[in-house]
Design a protein around this ligand. Structure first.
Ligand SMILES: Nc1ncnc2c1ncn2[C@@H]1O[C@H](COP(=O)(O)OP(=O)(O)OP(=O)(O)O)[C@@H](O)[C@H]1O
Ligand SMILES: [Mg+2]
Length: 363
């Protein structure tokens, strides 16, 4: 490992050894252990990652950077897929929120801080950070706002279009000066130059109220009465009318669309991944020798309730906490019990949310 000045730290094994000999299929297979459903999206990401690695190993001016834009409903796996990709490739990863940034010179973070956060995640390993993945969430929240709704000084759109411009510049940059002191960024004198040309950027948003199929001649008397427009695939034009800059979209050539998760997929998410909620909760009660037996109708009831709550897989963890609240409290008094989680158990323990639930923190 090297520290930020490029000096070797003796005796330390490099923590980040990117796996550079993956095929798209291998990336897909590795990711599919953790990601349920979303096959098309994961395949597209696997191809983008593969091309990205190819570009790093065999630089070629004709190969364009395959930065990604993910569009999908809440809790469908946008952050999860990006994080899983970083894990599969063994490269550093950071999640950042587009709404935290402002146009340079205004109160708020400068976009260079994104790279600083990535560097921070490596513990100062510049070389590793230069091949990392930056996930920019809520990109839909910095869409250009129409005249009347503008806020900020003298009608400038410093939090919307201004940030898009700043992100665009970062995506186009080869080298940026990264502030080392992220927490006190008013203290702007410590910088490290970093090559950012090989950082993979993945932007994501729900774009929940985006109109699809607009300007494509599908709206008319027939079009109006035709099926729900949300079944149209996202087109660059839709994203532009939503308020993303054409130039920014040009730098995000890979558009990945995620579907809402079905009940079956939600059921698999509870049980299948190596770090699934069910495994986690079974491990939690191992010490008390309490076994948790998940029945099919219990699983189905959980999935149905998660779908009703409309938060996709995001709501599952909160539901598990609620369901096992009583057991967690009484576990030491119930040593060795076998707890059967069937539909009755689920319905008895999952009280319908009476008060608005706190949105689960980004994991
Ligand atoms: N397709 C999936 N396969 C497996 N687990 C998933 C999937 N989608 C979501 N999850 C689980 O649900 C959690 C929340 O999902 P995630 O944070 O990826 O949602 P999101 O699409 O980013 O939503 P938001 O728009 O609200 O940020 C993840 O941490 C993961 O545990
Ligand atoms: Mg997310």
């Amino acid at each position: 490992m090297e520290d930020i000045k490029g000096d070797k730290i003796p005796g330390e094994r490099p923590r980040w050894e990117p796996k550079l000999d993956f095929t798209p299929r291998q990336i897909y297979d590795e990711m599919s252990r953790f990601v349920i459903g979303q096959e098309r999206a994961v395949r597209t990401i696997a191809i983008a990652a593969y091309n990205h690695i190819k570009r790093i190993i065999h630089p070629n001016d004709l190969l364009k950077k395959s930065n990604v834009l993910m569009v999908g409903p809440t809790g469908s796996g946008k952050t999860h897929i990006a994080r899983t990709l970083a894990g599969a490739l063994n490269v550093p990863f950071t999640v950042t929120n587009a709404t935290d940034y402002t146009e340079a010179g205004y109160y708020g973070k400068d976009v260079e801080v994104m790279v600083a956060e990535l560097l921070f995640a490596t513990g100062g390993d510049v070389r590793a950070a230069e091949r990392g993945i930056i996930f920019i969430d809520e990109i839909d929240k910095i869409a250009r706002r129409s005249g009347g709704q503008r806020t900020g000084a003298s009608g400038r759109d410093i939090g919307g279009e201004g940030v898009q411009q700043a992100i665009l510049k970062l995506l186009e940059a080869n080298r940026v000066f990264v502030p080392l002191n992220v927490t006190q960024h008013w203290n702007k004198h410590d910088f490290v130059p970093m090559e950012v040309g090989n950082i993979l950027f993945i932007c994501a948003g729900t774009f929940s109220d985006m109109k699809r199929g607009r300007d494509r001649g599908d709206i008319g008397f027939l079009g109006e009465s035709a099926d729900d427009k949300s079944t149209y695939p996202v087109a660059v034009r839709d994203l532009e009318s939503y308020g993303l800059l054409a130039e920014l979209l040009g730098r995000l050539p890979v558009i990945v669309e995620l579907d809402p998760l079905t009940d079956d997929e939600l059921m698999h998410i509870v049980t299948d991944p190596p770090d699934s909620l069910l495994r986690e909760y079974q491990a939690m009660f191992e010490y008390e020798q309490i076994t948790i037996e998940m029945c099919d109708d219990g699983l189905r009831a959980i999935a149905a309730k998660a779908r009703e709550r409309g938060t996709g897989a995001r709501g599952l963890r909160a539901m598990f906490e609620e369901m096992f609240h009583d057991l967690a409290f009484t576990a030491p008094e119930r040593m060795g019990e076998n707890v059967v989680v069937d539909a009755d158990f689920v319905n008895a323990n999952l009280v319908e949310a009476k008060k608005p639930r706190r949105r689960e923190a980004e994991d």
